[in-house]
Ligand binder design. Structure first.
Ligand SMILES: NC(=O)c1ccc[n+]([C@@H]2O[C@H](COP(=O)([O-])OP(=O)(O)OC[C@H]3O[C@@H](n4cnc5c(N)ncnc54)[C@H](O)[C@@H]3O)[C@@H](O)[C@H]2O)c1
Length: 270
């Protein structure tokens, strides 16, 4: 039995139909939260929402919305607060990685715009609309908590994925600025996952391997990450255990950006 520390609390998760968003939605539902799940993949969104509602008996509201479109985000936020009386936790997580292998010189303008609009502008639009109301909520010690999804490629500049890396570096900075803006009412942090098999890699380890380093994706901890590696960190942030942390970027990459060497280089006899 898990502790239901999110009972009476609402959570809004963008990119909630799949991957990290779906994993966090399940974990929050198990801990008593009611949910708004936001995505553009209508069928998957309906399926994920009804599965979670049936399994955990909580309220799950699926809302189709493109986070890069301000009119859709405004309508989504309005419906959210009609359906739930609070949003305690915002997981501002929807993101895309088009144009991998398109470096600074090769990237086309339309892919640049698409990546920036979804990954960066989208996080801003959603946080802006949701936090307006979140900061007036009466929870103690915080009215709410926000997490933006960045990437280890926001920490390590990845020249092979120019727009993605730039958008994720922006997300880390946005979380710090938002943390200053919303303190002391709301904590705001970012997460920076590394290599994890999710929808972004068509749920395939082979795809992940072929996209990165021509099949040589490695971590110092010698395994590729999964959704649960991210869910556990989000649960920590959602819990009281993280209550003195804001503006922080949680890197969840098996050590790549901190240790900075491939796994095999660490295989030594002690
Ligand atoms: N998987 C990884 O290894 C990894 C690593 C670092 C960062 N990330 C980031 O994690 C986040 C979640 O991705 P994931 O890996 O779970 O992949 P995913 O594809 O499984 O989930 C992303 C979800 O976002 C939705 N989405 C895409 N564009 C949208 C839009 N305009 N409006 C609303 N929803 C939209 C997709 O439909 C999808 O359901 C993304 O921001 C991604 O950049 C992933």
């Amino acid at each position: 039995m898990v502790e239901k520390f999110l009972e009476g609390k609402g959570a809004l998760i963008t990119g909630g139909a799949s991957g990290f968003g779906r994993g966090v939605a399940e974990a929050f539902a198990e801990r008593g939260a009611d949910l708004v799940l936001v995505d553009i993949k209508t069928d998957l969104l309906e399926e994920t929402s009804s599965n979670i509602e049936k399994k955990y008996g909580c309220k799950v509201v699926p809302i189709e919305c493109d986070v890069s479109k301000s009119d859709q985000v405004k309508a989504m936020a309005k419906r959210t607060f009609n359906e739930l009386d609070n949003i305690y936790f915002l997981f501002d997580n929807a993101g895309i990685a088009p144009g991998y292998r398109k470096d600074f010189m090769k990237l086309e303008e339309d892919l640049y715009d698409l990546t920036m609009n979804v990954n960066l502008k989208g996080q801003w639009l959603v946080a802006k609309e949701i936090c307006k109301k979140m900061r007036r909520q009466q929870f103690e010690p915080y009215a709410g908590k926000v997490v933006l999804t960045a990437s280890m490629f926001g920490v390590i500049a990845n020249e092979k994925s120019f727009a993605y890396s730039l958008s994720k570096a922006g997300a880390i900075t946005m979380a710090k600025m938002l943390a200053k803006t919303l303190a002391p009412k709301i904590t705001v942090n970012s997460i920076s996952p590394g290599y994890h098999v999710t929808g972004i890699y068509h749920n395939s380890l082979d795809t992940l391997m072929s996209v990165h380093n021509d099949g040589k994706a490695q971590t110092p901890l010698n395994r590729i990450g999964d959704v649960d590696d991210v869910v556990k960190v989000i649960l920590f942030i959602a819990s009281d255990a993280s209550n003195f942390i804001t503006g922080h970027n949680f890197v969840i990459d098996g050590g790549i950006s901190e240790v900075g060497v491939p796994a095999n280089a660490l295989k030594v006899d002690l």
